[in-house]
Each structure stands twice: as C-alpha cells, then as structure tokens.
Design a protein around this ligand. Structure first.
Ligand code: SF4
Ligand code: SF4
Length: 138
C-alpha cells in the first residue's frame, strides 16, 4: 500500500468518526419537526380584522401580480359599509404556486400572507387547491 492510500484511509476513517459523533443532519420525522428559518414562505392564509371579518376587498391586485397565475377570485357586493366588494370565491392552486410572495407584496390591505407552514401533505390534486374557507381558517 502506498503512502497516498494510507493517508486516504485515515482521512476516510476520520470523516466517518466525525459523522458518528457530530450533529445529525437528518430528523426523525414525524416526531421531530423541521422549523424553517424566519421569513420562510409556506402556505397562504387570508387575514381577518379586529372584528373577525376578512380583510380582503377583492381588488384582484394579488391575482394580477401572481406570476404563476394560480389565484382565482370572484368578487361580490360587500355586506359592510366600509368597502364595496368582498370575494365570494377565492382559490389558490398551491401546486402551481412558486411561493414567491408577490401576492403578499401586492396586497394593499395586508389581507394575504404566506405562513411558515413547512409540511405539506395531500393525496389528491384537489386538496392543494385552497378555497376561501380553508384560507380564512388557517
Ligand atoms: S406566492 Fe407567488 S406564485 Fe404563489 S400565489 Fe402568491 S404570487 Fe402567486
Ligand atoms: S388579498 Fe389583497 S390583493 Fe388580493 S384581492 Fe384581497 S385585498 Fe386585493
């Protein structure tokens, strides 16, 4: 065996030892959950005001700004005097979404935000199309 090979052998053993005693790179999911860094952009939610009403005024700014064209809004008349419209339907197709945050940036009412929800589980495509109810109750 040449010196080169012996050196490589010890280097390899040292690296293996490092992995044995070092910090784990994997998590025991689902018991251990990954906590994303601050500012992580996960699934969306529609915010409510102090009176528990949706903040959204159906202005379509988020849908217009969305580069993935995955927001669909249908507007209807508002039951409250402080705005003209509210969404009667609001859908986001999270399988098309690229989590860029443009919708949140574009909203003039601070009505939509991306949450730090990291785990996303679904068994059908339909489950990843979030409707108004789902977006409001997150
Ligand atoms: S995060 Fe980006 S791609 Fe996803 S809905 Fe918002 S604007 Fe569209
Ligand atoms: S979430 Fe914001 S930008 Fe989108 S329609 Fe509602 S108020 Fe407008």
């Amino acid at each position: 065996m040449t010196n080169y090979n012996i050196g490589s052998l010890f280097k390899g053993m040292f690296r293996t030892f490092q992995h044995l005693v070092g910090k784990k790179a994997t998590l025991e999911y689902p018991e251990e959950k990954y906590i994303p860094r601050k500012g992580y952009r996960g699934e969306h939610r529609l915010k409510k005001d102090e009176q528990g009403r949706m903040k959204c005024v159906a202005c379509f700014m988020c849908a217009t700004a969305c580069p993935a064209e995955c927001i669909r809004i249908v507007a209807g008349p508002s039951p409250w005097p402080d705005r003209d419209k509210i969404p009667v339907s609001f859908e986001i197709d999270l399988l098309k979404c690229i989590y860029c945050g443009m919708c949140e940036e574009a909203c003039p009412c601070d009505a939509i935000e991306l949450t730090p929800t990291f785990t996303q589980i679904a068994t059908t495509r339909e489950e990843k199309i979030y409707d108004l109810q789902k977006l409001m109750n997150r």
